[in-house]
Design a protein. Structure first.
Length: 620
């Protein structure tokens, strides 16, 4: 194919060494990342006449305007770098895990004296133990709810000194073992958490054996209440273990991976087998799989999944051989601290059946997801059409922007901007605005400031488009098909004034959604518009409004927390500089005030019992 001078100069200077290459389009965006044992041979192959017959590859090559490369020391280093680059840049022509940045993990804070259990979306090297990734936050919390009943772990933010005089309610309902009051010592509490970790790993035999011994010992020592508690633990574990299918007599750890594909979509199902038992399964959706061979899609999944998996098994069972199996196994061995990891296509009856079962599940999952996606698409189409008709718009509003203000008595005020496209949130376009020009609590003036800044940036983005090389912020570069503000006529009038100042009132439809009765107000119309109570259009507007509210409140709380400890007292009615100073002098910190009884706080000059109780309430 014909290659321009710039690309030809790059192709002529490529090194004969292993590394990664990054292909960019005319806008400088990375559209493909690849690796090669020989960069010169691999990259030049894209430009050989008739080298690629697939339309996807032809389209990729037609968009290449620039190529960068990075030389590394070995094929293994190239593999690792390629995975990191794909995760960072998410190039459109690469096969990639969908929404991989959002996968949740269970985190056990093992480095703490009394470890807690939390849900996180990021693994860091901090001495903690991680389990996952999972594809559903809901499923993670369901798992934790079950675990807490068996292993009642800490969930509060108390500093554990073992000297507290009173435990929280969770101790009374047997959902916390209460190390805060010494109901369990540190050694036994850490053993409890270690049992929980083994349970998550599917290794219940040693836990059950140890608990049975502890129950017998407690019974012999006439500690019947303790023995009964352990008995309840064992019964709960048995109920869970009964649901775990024994699939192998060998006490091995393996992951079974299979895939289903249809119309450009790929769903990979993973079965997790630990000590011969099927302890769980997850499905993952892959993007960019069009026209890619099954072998390539599976290889990319294996690399990207285990790059973020908290555990690597001894064996990975696949439905077909991978061309990169040897180098991937070498990488997985490094991830498993030098232990051998076998990637294999099983031919034995049991393991082969497991792969086939995983494939069947992948097909069923993909079919169910496609049905849901289609239903969601139809529901969104109906919703947007209903909004169009209710507001008398010329066409359904493809892009809806909604704005809300969150503040506490005028302190740390924040405005939120959320964007929905085709009825679904586009979180990459969400923006926050710290209110700068408004003193005190004035939601109307705050809304005016937020919208003024938003459309000022639209004007800047519009002008930037004329200058080659400048990249406008995509959140502001496009005008909304519907601008929605949370509030009534007051907020609407301020928003209208901003649009008029930018000569946009005729170009940007606007409405205010009042929360009390879910009524819509539009400019020039005195009466409100009410959508049918159970209509899809109203559901969508409520969801957008609620998302703007959530996003604003989250930002406001974060900003308020960043303004320092003392500001948390400033927002409490009745607390001024003098009383704030007296409280901090008396108790040393916000935490000290929180721990103090209301009666003690009321001893401070100028603070009544009612104010003391309100202080406690606000700080908690």
């Amino acid at each position: 194919m014909q290659v321009n001078e710039h690309l030809q100069a790059i192709l002529d200077t490529l090194p004969d060494k292993p590394g990664c290459y990054l292909m960019k389009n005319a806008q400088g965006r990375i559209i493909y990342v690849g690796k090669a044992v020989n960069l010169r041979a691999r990259v030049r192959s894209y430009f050989h006449a008739g080298a690629h017959e697939q339309p996807k590859t032809q389209k990729l090559v037609s968009e290449i305007a620039d190529i960068e490369w990075i030389v590394v020391g070995s094929e293994l280093e190239a593999l690792i770098l390629e995975m990191n680059l794909i995760k960072r840049h998410r190039p459109r022509y690469n096969v990639r895990l969908k929404d991989d940045k959002r996968f949740p993990y269970i985190k056990v804070h093992w480095a703490d004296p009394f470890p807690k259990i939390t849900v996180t979306r990021q693994m860091v090297i901090d001495g903690s133990r991680y389990f996952g990734p999972y594809t559903s936050v809901w499923a993670v919390h369901q798992t934790l709810d079950l675990l807490r009943k068996i292993f009642p772990y800490l969930t509060c933010n108390r500093e554990i000194t073992v000297k507290d005089t009173r435990a929280c309610l969770y101790y009374d309902i047997k959902l916390c073992s209460a190390p805060c009051i010494g109901a369990i010592n540190q050694e036994d509490y850490r053993q409890l958490i270690d049992d929980l970790c083994q349970f998550l790993d599917g290794r219940t035999e040693t836990v059950v054996q140890r608990l049975k011994q502890a129950m017998d010992a407690a019974s012999e020592e006439l500690q019947y209440e303790k023995a009964a508690t352990i008995r309840d633990q064992l019964q709960a574990i048995d109920r869970v273990v009964e649901r775990q299918k024994v699939v192998s007599s060998e006490q091995t750890d393996s992951d079974v991976i299979a895939m289903a594909r249809a119309d450009g979509e790929a769903c990979v199902q993973v079965f997790f087998i630990r000590s011969g038992k099927l302890i769980g399964r997850e499905y993952f959706i892959l993007e960019g799989t069009e026209e890619e061979a099954d072998q390539e899609v599976l290889a990319e999944f294996v690399k990207q999944f285990y790059a973020q998996a908290a555990f690597v098994p001894n064996t990975v069972l696949l439905p077909e051989e991978l061309a990169e199996a040897k180098i991937i196994s070498q990488w997985l061995k490094e991830r498993k601290s030098g232990q051998k990891v076998e990637i294999t296509v099983p031919h034995q009856d049991v393991n082969r059946e497991l792969v086939e079962m995983a494939a069947e599940n992948a097909v069923e999952t993909l079919n169910a997801l496609r049905t849901r996606w289609e239903a969601d698409k139809n529901r969104q189409t109906v919703a947007l059409t209903e909004i169009q008709e209710a507001l008398n718009l010329s066409e359904p509003p493809n892009r809806i922007e909604c704005y809300d203000i969150s503040t506490t008595q005028g302190v740390a005020s924040v405005g939120s901007m959320v964007v929905f496209e085709q009825g679904t949130p586009n979180k990459k376009l969400y923006r926050r605005f710290n209110i700068k020009s408004v003193l005190g609590q004035d939601d109307f003036a705050s809304m005016e400031e937020v919208l003024t800044r938003r459309f000022r940036r639209w004007r800047t983005a519009y002008e930037a488009e004329k200058d080659v090389g400048k990249k406008p912020d995509p959140a502001f570069a496009i005008l909304p098909d519907l601008l929605l503000v949370d509030g009534g006529k007051g907020q609407l009038s301020r928003a209208v004034a901003v649009l008029e100042s930018y000569n946009l009132l005729d170009r940007v439809p606007i409405a205010a959604l009042a929360e009390k009765e879910d009524e819509l107000y539009i400019p020039g119309q005195h009466a409100s518009i009410t959508l049918e109570r159970h209509s899809q259009g109203l559901y969508l507007l409520q969801r957008i409004r609620d998302e703007a509210h959530r996003f604003a409140i989250t930002a406001h709380r974060k900003r308020r927390g960043q303004q320092g400890l003392a500001s948390r007292l400033d927002v409490i009615p009745g607390i001024g500089p003098a009383r704030r100073k007296a409280l901090l002098n008396a108790f040393g910190s916000i935490e000290g005030i929180k721990q103090a009884p209301a009666e003690k706080i009321a001893e401070i000059k100028g603070i009544t019992m009612e104010l003391a109780q309100n202080i406690k309430l606000q700080l908690e």
